[in-house]
Write a protein that binds this ligand. Structure first.
Ligand SMILES: [Fe+2]
Length: 523
C-alpha cells in the first residue's frame, strides 16, 4: 500500500511548526528513517549542530539499520520553503554512533532563523528550524528561552512541550533527566502511572539506545526539537538514580559502573544535538561549556554528576529518607573541603569564567540542582540537609558562592532543576548565614512530567529558609526566562493536568530581578 505525505508527517511534524515534506514513493511509516525526528543545538554565532538518527525499526537494538554506513545529504536554507539554500553537503550516518548525524554547520549569519533537512535512501526528513546566536558583544536588547528538565515518560504526557511550541523563544535550555532509566516501584508511584514504558532498566549500550529512541518517538518533544535549538546538560537519570562519579547506591564495582556510564553517555550523545567536543570517550565526556548571546547573556553549563565525590554519610537503607535528609550534626562529611561537586578541572574552569571581565550583561549558570542552601528540621528537631544536592557538598558550594560574590556586579542568575518543584529564591553569600547579603537570583524550573517533590515538607521547611520566596511542588511545566538589559523575568508555566496530552498551561507565578541588585521579587 502506498502512503501519502500525510502519513509520515504524523509524529514528526503535525504540531503546527509550519513544516513541510517533499513527496516520495511508497514507504510505510514504520520504515520512515526519520521516525526519531530532527533536531538542532549548540547555537553559536556562526553555526549550529544539526542532528538526526536514522532508524528503520525503533525497537531494534541497532535501529534496524544494519552494520553499514548510510549516505545522508543535508541542506540549510534561509527560508521555510527551503528555496534559498545557503549550505549543503553530504555525510555518512555511521553504525558505531547508531547512524546518528551531528553536523556542525559553520558560516551562518548570527542571530537569524534557518531551516534545514536531511535526505537518506531517497527519503526526505521533516524540515527543522533553528537559530544562530547573536555575535559576541553585539548589542542585544532582549532574549527569551524556555528551561525544562525531568521528563519521566511514565508519569505524564508532554503537554509542556506542546505548549512550549507556542512560545516566542530563541532556544530551549534542558537541565537533565531527559530520560528516566527506571520506574519507581512504590505503590504510590504505581498509582500515578500515565504511560507504560516497553523496556526494563538499561545497562548496556543497546539498552540505553533503546530508551533514548523510545523517548524520541513522542511527537511533542520531536516538534520542540525541530522548532528551536537546544542547549543541554545531563543529570543522574541519564545513567542511574543518584549516581556520583563512579559510584551508585547499589554499590556496583567501580569497573561495572564505569562501563554502564560509558554506555549511557554514548547513547545520550548519539541522541542529542551536541557537538563533537561533547562526544564521550569511554566513560568520560566534557559537558561543561560556555555560550554567548551578544552583549546580553554569558551562559555557562555545568556537569554536576560526572566528577562529584560520593554522597556523604548515607543513612542505613532501612531508615533512608526518600529525600536523603540527614541532621547536620550527624554528617561532618558534608563539610569536608576535599569533597567536590564539580571536580577540580571544572571548578577551575568555572572560576576563570566567573572572574574574568564580564563579557555580557548577565552571567547565567545552567546547572542541575537547587543552588541555594536548604534546611529543614528532623523529627528530633535537629537542623537537617539533603545530602544529594549542593548541601551535601557544603565546602564546594561555598567556594562557588565566593566566586559569584567576588564579581564586581550583582549580575548572576542561577537556574536549576532536579527536585521536581518550582522554586524562586535569593542566593546568600554565606551558606551558613541565610541572612547574609544576596549575591545571585535563583530559580528551580519545575518538572515536565516526573513525579512531584514533597510539597508538604517543602512548606514545612519554609520558616527555616527565609531566602526562599516561592516553592511549589504541586504542578508540572517549565520556566520561561526573559532577559533584558535591566531585568530578568522568570515565569513558572504550569500545566493544568500532566496526564492530559493537550493540557492547557498558565503562569503560576512570576519573579523578576533588576540588574545590579541580586534577589527576586514576585510580579
Ligand atoms: Fe528528575
Amino acid at each position: 500500500m502506498s502512503h501519502t505525505r500525510r502519513d509520515v508527517m504524523v509524529g514528526a511534524t503535525s504540531l503546527g511548526v509550519g513544516l513541510a515534506l517533499a513527496p516520495y514513493a511508497a514507504l510505510s511509516a514504520s520504515e520512515h528513517p526519520f521516525a526519531l525526528g530532527v533536531a538542532s543545538g549548540e547555537p553559536w554565532p556562526d553555526g549550529v549542530v544539526l542532528w538526526t538518527r536514522l532508524v528503520r525499526d525503533v525497537r531494534a537494538p541497532d535501529g534496524g539499520m544494519g552494520p553499514l554506513p548510510v549516505e545522508v545529504t543535508w541542506e540549510v536554507a534561509r527560508d521555510e520553503r527551503m528555496s534559498d539554500i545557503v549550505r549543503s553537503g553530504v555525510t555518512l550516518a555511521m553504525p558505531d554512533v547508531a547512524h546518528s548525524i551531528h553536523l556542525e554547520v559553520k558560516g551562518l549569519e548570527p542571530a537569524r532563523w534557518y531551516w534545514y533537512r536531511f535526505r537518506a535512501s531517497g527519503v526526505q526528513s521533516p524540515v527543522g528550524r533553528t537559530r544562530t546566536a547573536p555575535a559576541p558583544g553585539a548589542a542585544l536588547a532582549s532574549s527569551s528561552f524556555a528551561a525544562a528538565c525531568c521528563q519521566h515518560w511514565m508519569y505524564g504526557n508532554w503537554a509542556a512541550y506542546r505548549r512550549m511550541l507556542e512560545e516566542n523563544i530563541d532556544f530551549v535550555l534542558h537541565l537533565g533527566d531527559y530520560i528516566y532509566e527506571s520506574p519507581s516501584s512504590s505503590p504510590a508511584a504505581v498509582k500515578q502511572i500515565v504511560r507504560e514504558v516497553p523496556f526494563s532498566v538499561p545497562k548496556t549500550l543497546a539498552d540505553y539506545r533503546g530508551v533514548h529512541a523510545f523517548y524520541k518517538t513522542d511527537p511533542a518533544i520531536q516538534a520542540v526539537h525541530s522548532a528551536f535549538p537546544w542547549i543541554m546538560t545531563w543529570d543522574d537519570h541519564e545513567v542511574e538514580n543518584d549516581y556520583t562519579g563512579s559510584s551508585t547506591e547499589r554499590r556496583l564495582p567501580r569497573f561495572e559502573l564505569l562501563q554502564q556510564r560509558a554506555a549511557a553517555y554514548q547513547a545520550y550523545w548519539e541522541h542529542m544535538p551536541l557537538r563533537l567536543a561533547q562526544r564521550p570517550l569511554g566513560p568520560d565526556a566534557i559537558m561543561y561549556r560556555r555560550f554567548a548571546f551578544g552583549d546580553l547573556i554569558d551562559l555557562v553549563m555545568l556537569d554536576e554528576r560526572q566528577y562529584r565525590s560520593v554522597l556523604p554519610c548515607p543513612p542505613a537503607p532501612p531508615q533512608r529518607d526518600r529525600s536523603r535528609r540527614v541532621a547536620i550534626d550527624d554528617c561532618a562529611d558534608a563539610f569536608d573541603p576535599k569533597r567536590t561537586m564539580l571536580g577540580m578541572d571544572q571548578e577551575q574552569w568555572l572560576a576563570k569564567c566567573l572572574s574574568e571581565p564580564a563579557r555580557a550583561r548577565w552571567s547565567v549558570i545552567g546547572q542541575q540542582m537547587l543552588f541555594a542552601p536548604h534546611f529543614s528540621r528532623t523529627k528530633e528537631d535537629k537542623l537537617a540537609i539533603r545530602t544529594d544536592g549542593w548541601d551535601g557538598y557544603a565546602a564546594s558550594h561555598q567556594r562557588m558562592l565566593d566566586m559569584i560574590a567576588a564579581r564586581p556586579n550583582r549580575d548572576t542568575l542561577v537556574i536549576g532543576g532536579d527536585i521536581h518543584a518550582f522554586i524562586a529564591c535569593d542566593v546568600p553569600a554565606k551558606r551558613d548565614d541565610l541572612g547574609s547579603q544576596a549575591i545571585a537570583s535563583h530559580v528551580v524550573i519545575g518538572p515536565v512530567s516526573s513525579r512531584l517533590g514533597d510539597h508538604e515538607s517543602l512548606e514545612a521547611s519554609r520558616p527555616h529558609n527565609p531566602h526562599i520566596k516561592f516553592a511549589d511542588a504541586r504542578r508540572h511545566g517549565y520556566t520561561r526566562c526573559t532577559l533584558t538589559r535591566e531585568r530578568a523575568l522568570f515565569e513558572f508555566r504550569a500545566l493544568d493536568d500532566v496526564r492530559e496530552a493537550n493540557s492547557s498551561i498558565s503562569t503560576m507565578a512570576s519573579f523578576e530581578t533588576e540588574w545590579g541588585k541580586a534577589g527576586l521579587r514576585q510580579v
